[in-house]
Structure formats: structure tokens, C-alpha cells
Design a protein around this ligand. Structure first.
Ligand code: DSN
Length: 419
């Protein structure tokens, strides 16, 4: 950091501040994590200087002897991690990966069947405010029972039979239960649709063999980010189980269809992170993420706080704090921020409140598990959260919670290496 410090104090100080915030607070945003120093080094490497349009062995610029090495290593490791035959590691993030997917497989006006955003789906699965929603026809499925999280597979089948989608999307950003991938595949086969799992949130849990791999049930494609449970740099990726023709279309859609030069520094960092995820220790991490989330959910359940889906089977929890405690998601987010616990406000299904001041909070365990938290500490954090939300005007309690949060953070420092 000595160069930034000398040259640009303002940015140096902001980086230092962010590092301190990450070190001293407890990160519960379920889509965030801490990367290793090795990943940070690769991300900050000289590959940032390089243009590499094309793919390994087929580039449009010279000087590619090292870019080809890192991209091929990233591809091979990604395929090994997820049991895929093909991988494109160039998408800049999850949203561009999904855009490339649509560009590769759809004509304007074609239909995609995806999970309703208000039931846990993602903006890029066709929310009306997004650009793809102007081009393609998105139709929806949701939960049959919000209290158990069970997906309405009968309705999903009916919509599929009626709308004849080209793609059936499984995947979410605020859903806490496992999907029955086999049911998606059976329905897709009936209507001749391509099955795509957007595993952005749970990629690390799949790679770590703690959650079921959609490819094992016959899914055709997975899209993902690389920076959430997978614990890599910010970025995206598209995996194809088997079909080379699908993969060729995806490659063309990513480049030259939508992107120019790939961000080779990010690809180097992806390769390093995938190497870490292939280490046996990563399976322990993935299993612990889920155990820790379950421990937090147990406390919420015991304290009578409503959780959408009734609890969790993955890394995240969506709690209805407005319904259970009379405090809005926004108020809860702010209060928790003030004691050093970061999470995000989130709409709940059929929320009567607006997205910028919703009824819920969404939180999870990927980052605190990276710090070494086990069920015991996670249960304690859940207790502290609830105590604070129940006693928001008690300044003394707030102070003691702030201190306990800081002590937990000091006892479990952010690690620098994972293998
Ligand atoms: N922003 C990501 C999340 O928090 O889930 C999804 O895009």
C-alpha cells in the first residue's frame, strides 16, 4: 500500500477505513465474504494491464503466453469443481453472465420461466425494471407455502406447459431452502426447455459438496458469481454440463457478443480461488457455513421470530422483523450497523412495505464462517441481534453489544490464507 499512500492519500485512507470496518465488524450480508491474500494479490497483479480478446489459443492481440495459462487453469479448475465439461470464466459478474446466457439462447420475444423476485428470485431473472425484460418474455413461479419454502412445482409445470419457455431458471438471491432440481429437469424435458441454475449464492456450497449439484440431476447450464460463497474475486462464470453446441453459443455471446477484453487480473484471481476451493479444507468450510446458519435460525425460531421458509437449509435467513418485532427492515439494518453487525434489509413475499423500507432482513454466515465462527458464536450473534432489536432504545445494552461484537471480531481475526 506504500505507493497509494504516497500518491493518493484520500483513496489510501478510504481503503484503510474499509479494511478496518471489515476487520472490526461482523459481516452478515449473505452475498459477501473475505478472500485470501493470494486472491487479492492475483487480482491486483499486472494482468490488469493486458488486453486478451478471444479465448485461450485464439486471441486477437499478441503477448498472450501467460494470459492463456491463467485462463486455461481457471477453466480446468472450474470444470473440476462443478463436474462441468465446459466453462466460460470471462463474464464480469453475475448479471453480465445471465445477460450472456439470454443473448446466447434466446431470440427477442422468447419466454423464460424464473422464480418470482418477491419469492426470493433475482432481478436479472426478468424483473420489469431490467433491460432483458424489455426484450424477452419472463414468466414466474413461486413458493406454494411461504412458511415452509416449498416451491409450487405443480404451478411451475402448468405455467411451463402453457407458456412453453425456452429456458427454465432455478436460482435465487433470497431463498433459504434447497430446490428439487430433478423436478425442474422433468418439467423442462416435457416442454423442451433448457435448464439453467443460477447458483450465484450457493456456488461455494455446491463446490464444497455441502449442497446438491444441479448437474447431478441433469441441469444443462449453471451461471454464477465467483465472489460469494465461492470466496473468489468479484466476477462471473458460465458452466455447461455436456452440450458443446450450447457452449459455443455462450462463448460467442460473451465475446464478441457482449464484452470486449476480459479482465485478466480477475481471471487470475478466479483461478487462485478455484484452487483454494479444490482443497479438501473447503468442504469443511462449506459444511460449517450451513451448520452456522442453522444455529442462527434455531435462535430466531426459539425467540418466535418469523423466518420465510420457516428456517434455512443453506447459508441465509430471511426474517420478518416487522411482523415479529414491529421494527422495519431499514431500522433493523441501521441499528445493527451501529453495533458493527452488517446485513441488508430485504422484502419478504407479499410485503406490504416498499423495497427501500421493507419488512425483512436478510443475513447469512459465509463471511463469519471464513473467520472461524462455529455454531456457538453464531448462536450468540443471533441472540445479540434479537436483544438489540427488542430493546432499540436501551443505550447501555447497545454499548455492551457493541463491545461484545468487537471482542468476537478480535477473537476471530480475518484470516490471510486458507490453504
Ligand atoms: N447483490 C447480490 C446479493 O446480495 O444477493 C445479488 O445480485
Amino acid at each position: 500500500m506504500s505507493y497509494i499512500k504516497e500518491q493518493d492519500l484520500e483513496i489510501y485512507q478510504a481503503i484503510q477505513g474499509e479494511e478496518k470496518r471489515q476487520r472490526e465488524g461482523l459481516e452478515l450480508i449473505p452475498s459477501e465474504n473475505y478472500v485470501s491474500r493470494a486472491v487479492l494479490e492475483a487480482n491486483g497483479s499486472v494482468f490488469t494491464n493486458k488486453y486478451s480478446e478471444g479465448y485461450p489459443g485464439r486471441r486477437y492481440y499478441g503477448g498472450q503466453e501467460y494470459t492463456d495459462i491463467i485462463e486455461q487453469v481457471a477453466i480446468d479448475r472450474a470444470c473440476q469443481l462443478f463436474g462441468a465439461r465446459f466453462a466460460n470464466v470471462q463474464p464480469l459478474s453475475g448479471a453480465p453472465a445471465n445477460l450472456a446466457l439470454y443473448a446466447a439462447l434466446l431470440e427477442p420475444g422468447d419466454t423464460v420461466l424464473g422464480m418470482d423476485l418477491s419469492h426470493g428470485g433475482h432481478l436479472t431473472h426478468g424483473h420489469p425494471v431490467t433491460f432483458p425484460a424489455k426484450i424477452f418474455n419472463f414468466v414466474r413461479y413461486g413458493m406454494k407455502n411461504i412458511e415452509t419454502g416449498e416451491i409450487d412445482y405443480e404451478a411451475l409445470r402448468e405455467v411451463a406447459l402453457r407458456e412453453q419457455p425456452k429456458i427454465i431458471l432455478a436460482g435465487f438471491s433470497a431463498y433459504s431452502r434447497e430446490l428439487d432440481y430433478k423436478k425442474f429437469v422433468d418439467i423442462a424435458r416435457e416442454v423442451g426447455a433448457i435448464t439453467v441454475a443460477d447458483v450465484a449464492h450457493i456456488a461455494g456450497l455446491i463446490a464444497g459438496k455441502a449442497l446438491r449439484n444441479p448437474f447431478d440431476d441433469g441441469f444443462d447450464i449453471m451461471t454464477t458469481t465467483t465472489h460469494k460463497t465461492l470466496r473468489g474475486p468479484r466476477g462471473g462464470m458460465i458452466l455447461v454440463r455436456e452440450d458443446e453446441e450450447l457452449f459455443k453459443k455462450i462463448n460467442k455471446a460473451v465475446f464478441p457478443g457482449l464484452q470486449g477484453g476480459p479482465h485478466m487480473n480477475h481471471i487470475a484471481a478466479k483461478a487462485v480461488a478455484f484452487g483454494e476451493a479444490l482443497d479438501p479444507s473447503f468442504q469443511k468450510y462449506a459444511a460449517q457455513v450451513i451448520k452456522n446458519a442453522a444455529a442462527m435460525a434455531d435462535v430466531f425460531h426459539h425467540e418466535g421470530i418469523r423466518m420465510i421458509g420457516g428456517g434455512t437449509s443453506n447459508h441465509l435467513i430471511l426474517a420478518d422483523v416487522y411482523g415479529s418485532l414491529g421494527i422495519t427492515g431499514k431500522e433493523a439494518q441501521t441499528l445493527l450497523d451501529e453495533v458493527g453487525i452488517t446485513l441488508n434489509m430485504n422484502s419478504i413475499p407479499d410485503d406490504e412495505r416498499k423495497p427501500l423500507d421493507p419488512s425483512g432482513i436478510r443475513f447469512g454466515t459465509p463471511a463469519i464462517t471464513t473467520r472461524g465462527f462455529t455454531e456457538k458464536e453464531c448462536a450468540r450473534v443471533a441472540e445479540l441481534m434479537i436483544a438489540l432489536l427488542r430493546n432499540k432504545d436501551n443505550a447501555e445494552l447497545k454499548e455492551s453489544i457493541t463491545e461484545e461484537v468487537r471482542n468476537l471480531a478480535t477473537t476471530f481475526p480475518v484470516p490471510e490464507r486458507f490453504i
